[in-house]
Design a protein around this ligand. Structure first.
Ligand code: 1HN
Length: 346
């Protein structure tokens, strides 16, 4: 029989030898490379908006939106600090814009969404059209669209940014450029895109591929809320509640190819059954409150709180009142690649 200790030493020497040639043995890492199921580094977590609001407002005294270009506190998942990501594949941050401020126009390969959380009076312009931002509005800024923000009102405005930064980084496919002027010229009147593409009709010769981003760049919360509220007493899915995915109305697919977005109403005194899927998700409470069980952790959440559900982590929600949750994830990427899986438990 061979001496196991000697054989270990032989192996180590061998590894050191091949290391010089930029090689390494697969058998030492195979199980980590190809795990039997997802082993996310990101962890379940929550940001309590009521606790963080004043901290965020303090950043307004530190730097202007103009100087910062975007005055944002990045929400870094505690499992992967230093990587500017909230999940393995997505970035999120809380952006503050004060009255009179402008966040100058630029564009980049990374796709972005905004979910308006706090304050009235701000706008976002996307490719020459402005939209006023109201609480709960879901706004898209697809890849390479020009965008700038401003606050015409008299109160601070805060929204959540979600971007596919880690995906674009992983693929080394990022480009960005600044516009010559900080605010875009208005090319179309406000509301044009929603009228043209978002009311059960689209222009007669307009066709898009399933991966093309939506021209409807604002999904007003007034409309989302109306749907959810008016259907609140209809039968709910035991795992999802009354849950919907946002779509590009011209294709029926995700508004942007890399980020999927969802909204659900969980009925008063209900509990969803445990569920898991391979797309790590970011949830935001827009109305109501409740308790989220995510893996072995429990979070009491209220309006504007931000929660992370890591990939393949069983989670369920319990709510004492009608509660509306917005969420986003990389689901369309996984679905396009044939990787997405989910499981309805118990
Ligand atoms: C960006 O363009 C915005 O337009 C926000 O508001 C956050 C983070 C990284 C790169 C670009 C915005 C961003 C960003």
């Amino acid at each position: 029989m061979r001496d196991a200790k000697r054989s270990l030493e032989e192996r180590r020497n061998y590894y050191a030898m091949i290391d010089k040639d930029n090689m390494t043995p697969l058998w030492e890492v195979l199980h980590a490379l190809v795990p039997p199921n997802p082993r996310p580094n990101v962890v379940p977590t929550m940001w309590d908006y009521s606790e963080l609001r004043s901290t965020l407002l303090q950043s307004g005294e530190l730097i202007s939106a103009e100087e910062a270009e975007r005055r944002v506190l990045i929400l870094e998942n505690p499992g992967v600090r230093g990587q500017s990501r909230i999940t393995q594949s997505l970035y999120a941050g809380l952006q503050l814009i004060l009255p009179g401020e402008v966040a100058p126009a630029h564009r980049h390969s990374q796709s972005a969404l905004r979910l308006v959380l706090d304050g009235e009076g701000a706008y976002t312009a996307v490719d020459g059209e402005r939209t006023a931002m109201s609480r709960g509005d879901f706004i898209t800024t697809p890849s390479m669209t020009w965008h700038d923000h401003g606050n015409l009102g008299d109160e601070p405005v805060v929204w959540l940014d979600g971007l596919d930064i880690p995906i674009v980084q992983f693929l080394d496919a990022g480009f960005a450029e600044k516009a010559v002027s900080s605010s875009q010229d208005e090319l179309r009147q406000e509301g044009d895109a929603l009228l043209r593409y978002g009311h059960n009709m689209i222009p007669i010769d307009f066709y898009q591929a399933p991966s093309d981003p939506t021209r409807v760049f604002v999904y007003p919360f007034s409309e989302t809320r109306k749907v959810l509220r008016e259907l609140a007493d209809t039968p709910a899915d035991p795992w999802h509640g009354n849950a919907f995915r946002f779509v590009n109305p011209a294709t029926g697919t995700s508004p942007m190819p890399t980020i999927g977005a969802f909204a659900r109403l969980l009925r008063c005194n209900s509990e969803t059954r445990p569920y898991r899927s391979t797309d790590s998700a970011v949830f935001v409470c827009l109305e109501g409150e409740g308790t989220a069980h995510i893996g072995d952790q429990q979070f009491d959440f209220a309006e504007n709180d931000v929660l992370v559900v890591p990939s393949w982590t069983a989670h369920q929600f319990r709510v004492p009142q009608n509660t509306i949750l917005f969420s986003f994830s990389d689901r369309p990427v996984q679905q396009a690649l044939g990787l997405w899986r989910d499981e309805k438990l118990s």
